[in-house]
Design a protein around this ligand. Structure first.
Ligand code: OOG
Ligand code: NI
Length: 470
């Protein structure tokens, strides 16, 4: 018996979920409430509830978040996720967002092919400490941090060897698969090893995130996030159960039009018992608040134009809400959205703001030859459009999720020059290309148009809709 790559990915996600449920019991509550909400939505909205993914996919869907210290560690993580058919997609710089400065840059590992996403869309938001950024770390701290990180080993050599094999062969024999999964899941458990209290505190003065990454000798899952079909309802029910949630739902507001991109919220980081070692060697039992539970609702992927509009709308909301109480922000956002964004999927497609795939409509009687233009094909019922779900993340929401769980914003010396971290630098560190999410959605759209042309016998694949095109 061999275990295929996608089965390894599904099994890894399921085991990680069981592990996190044991470590963070409130996560189990979050899962229970997510399931309840999803069932209720399915009952009340019927087939429409599955427009952005089958209930089977949505129920199993999770994203995790992990944090590593160095390019070398990132490269190893990429091998572990490579074994699971997950590739780095997107570059997120969290060092300068509107909601604060964090000493990390990130990418997300996920499957990219449509059929792989349908089998299991597990993804992991992965952040790397920007040790070389002088605004956060002065020369002395940088040297100590570099030495500390160089001495630790996050992944067993045996795990990495199995990972390379699984990636090359896209499967593993059952016994090897079992060993791989066991070692992989264990690499992300919270370590019981005592933490050097002074060293942790030194890094905490720069940023709690720096301490969480560089203050300990292992890595751990930071959170695991289920997907829910009604995040406002979930937020209400979690609060009802007495779980302390962060103040807001990040991302787009709730509004009357189609869901786009990603909405996320979380419960506050819980105090977890951790062993701390003092300078004199005595070990005491303290607690650290770093890990939490998050939940998300996914919407339609936006094109570059759509995304630019989203960013402009956010800036507009900031501007208009600046002098209002925080509770009014939602209403301001709804008003801005109503002014700028079409309220229907057709509107998003026609204005070139959202990504869709196109499919020959079945079972309708049509006369004559199909028109060549996409607008006419849709209007005359030859073709129907299906939204592409957003599979990625949002830098500002990510920073907001990080930030909302920190008590302290940390310290940064803005007089220093920022170090240039970009997608190319991450690609080089991993020796794997960080893929452009827009290009992936574009490819999916183009493939569907090529298929439509073939099935309808058109001379060429129709062009995508542009504002004002027939
Ligand atoms: C990652 C925070 C970002 C998301 O969903 O946007 C994130 C972290 O806290 O390590 O997971
Ligand atoms: Ni997350």
């Amino acid at each position: 018996m061999t275990i295929a790559q996608w089965q390894l990915r599904a099994a890894f996600a399921a085991r990680l979920s069981r592990m996190y449920g044991r470590e963070v019991p409130a996560y189990t509550t979050l899962l229970d409430v997510s399931h309840e909400v999803n069932e209720d939505v399915l009952r009340s909205r019927g087939a429409d509830a599955e427009r952005l993914g089958s209930i089977r996919r949505v129920t199993a869907e999770r994203h995790g978040a992990i944090r590593v210290g160095t390019p070398g560690e990132l490269r190893q993580v990429a091998r572990v996720f490579g074994a699971l058919g997950m590739r780095p997609v997107g570059f997120y710089d969290l060092r300068d967002t509107a909601v604060g400065a964090l000493p990390v840059v990130s990418t997300a590992f996920r499957p990219v092919a449509e059929e792989e996403l349908a089998r299991n869309p597990f993804r992991v938001f992965t952040s790397m400490l920007t040790v070389a950024d002088r605004r956060f770390f002065d020369a002395d701290l940088r040297a100590r941090l570099t030495a500390f990180l160089a001495r630790r080993e996050l992944f067993a050599p045996e795990l990495l060897a199995l990972a390379d094999r699984a990636e090359a062969e896209r499967e593993l024999p059952e016994a090897d698969a079992e060993l791989f999964l066991d070692l992989a899941v264990r690499s992300f458990e919270l370590s019981a090893e005592p933490i050097d209290r002074d060293w942790y505190a030194t890094l905490e003065r720069v940023s709690a995130v720096a301490a969480d990454i560089g203050g300990v000798r292992a890595t751990h899952l930071n959170h695991l996030t289920p997907r829910v079909l009604d995040i406002d309802e979930l937020y209400r029910r979690m609060a009802e159960r007495g779980v302390e949630m962060i103040d807001t739902i990040q991302g787009p507001p709730r509004w009357e039009g189609p869901d786009v991109l990603l909405r996320q919220t979380s419960f506050r980081a819980i105090a977890e018992p951790r062993a701390l070692r003092a300078a004199d060697g005595t070990v005491t039992h303290g607690a650290l608040r770093v890990r939490f539970g998050e939940v998300e609702a996914r919407g339609i992927a936006l094109t570059r134009e759509g995304r630019a509009l989203y960013d402009r709308m956010l800036a507009l909301v900031d501007e208009r809400a600046a002098h209002l109480p925080p509770a009014d922000r939602g209403d301001v956002a709804r008003a801005v959205w109503a002014e700028h964004l079409p309220v229907t999927e057709e509107g998003l497609a026609e204005r070139g703001l959202g990504f869709f795939t196109y499919h020959v409509a079945q079972g309708r009687i049509r006369d004559g030859r199909p028109p060549s233009k996409l607008g006419a094909l849709l209007r005359d019922g030859w073709v129907r459009a299906e939204p592409i779900v957003y599979e990625d993340f949002l830098p500002r929401s990510a920073a907001g999720i990080f930030q909302s769980n920190l008590d302290d914003t940390g310290a940064r010396d803005s007089a220093q020059e920022a170090d240039a971290y970009d997608a190319g630098r991450l690609s080089a560190a991993m020796d794997r290309e960080v893929l452009d999410p827009f290009a992936l959605y574009e490819r999916q759209r183009r493939l569907s148009l090529t298929r439509v042309a073939r099935e309808l016998g058109l001379a060429a694949a129709p062009d995508v809709l542009r504002p004002g095109s027939p």
